[in-house]
Design a protein around this ligand. Sequence first.
Ligand code: NAP
Length: 273
Amino acid sequence: MTIMITGATGQLGSLIIENLLAELPDNTIIAGVRNMDTATHFKDKGVVVRCADYDRPETLQDAFAGVNKLLLISSSHSDDAVRLTQHTNVIDAAKAAGVAHILYTGFAFPQAGNKGTSSVHGLTEQAILDSGMEYTILRNGLYIDFVGVLGLNEAIRSGVLATQPGDWQFNAVTRRDLARATAKVLAGSGHEHRIYELAAAQTWTLAGLAEVLTELAGKPVIHTADASVQHWIYHFLNSIDTKSTSNDLEHLMGQPVTSLKESIAPFLNLENV
Ligand SMILES: NC(=O)c1ccc[n+]([C@@H]2O[C@H](COP(=O)([O-])OP(=O)(O)OC[C@H]3O[C@@H](n4cnc5c(N)ncnc54)[C@H](OP(=O)(O)O)[C@@H]3O)[C@@H](O)[C@H]2O)c1
């Protein structure tokens, strides 16, 4: 059994490989990378490295030769039309190479988002279904990283977490949790033809976030809704489903998701606030 992960040098891919190394022999794991020069750390760990560039279909079919399970990590390109072409390149090459089972990192709860099945993720999922390969769709929840633009350190300094008004609730997750669950799926069995919503089992609110900041900072932080707060992130958050929850992530990980307190700690600079 060989398992390949594309986009392996990225933050999520690297964490998935780290988790897989704890579950499987190193020489059964293949890191698919765009640039071979960036992959020496994988080779040092015994992981096989192959060039798999979404933009160069000629690299893909050779890269996928002999692969049983292929995880396509969605492209980080900013243009969705390009992303769809890249994903289609991977799906076509996987099918031609005889890959038995393809897995894909989509985005959680597409039905409630404003783009639904016409989004790059929806169209990629459909292309995978149409390919006839065994599939597993891992619809990843919103990365917790978005808290990095909410002004958490400023909130601790001033005692006020000011955000745009709205009924905000968040099912956000860490890449570390997503990687743990994804590695379990890749190393395990019985996940064929399943679609998982890898979001948190419970949401948190901005008032709850202020409470956690209070706890971490050891001084009061209150939340206030302020219509003058402007940031593109609110438009994005309004376009996706941040409220729906699922037990899939916890079930696959076999443990609770990382707490809000632990999840936001990397985004705080407590010594300088
Ligand atoms: N759920 C969410 O909230 C959320 C948020 C942001 C992004 N995402 C999606 O999740 C994906 C993984 O996240 P991440 O944090 O791991 O992203 P990341 O750290 O930016 O990694 C992206 C990976 O994609 C690779 N890549 C880019 N273009 C490629 C190409 N043409 N061919 C092959 N590989 C290519 C990059 O390779 P190089 O190292 O060569 O650049 C890198 O390994 C993103 O790509 C994006 O689609 C989800």
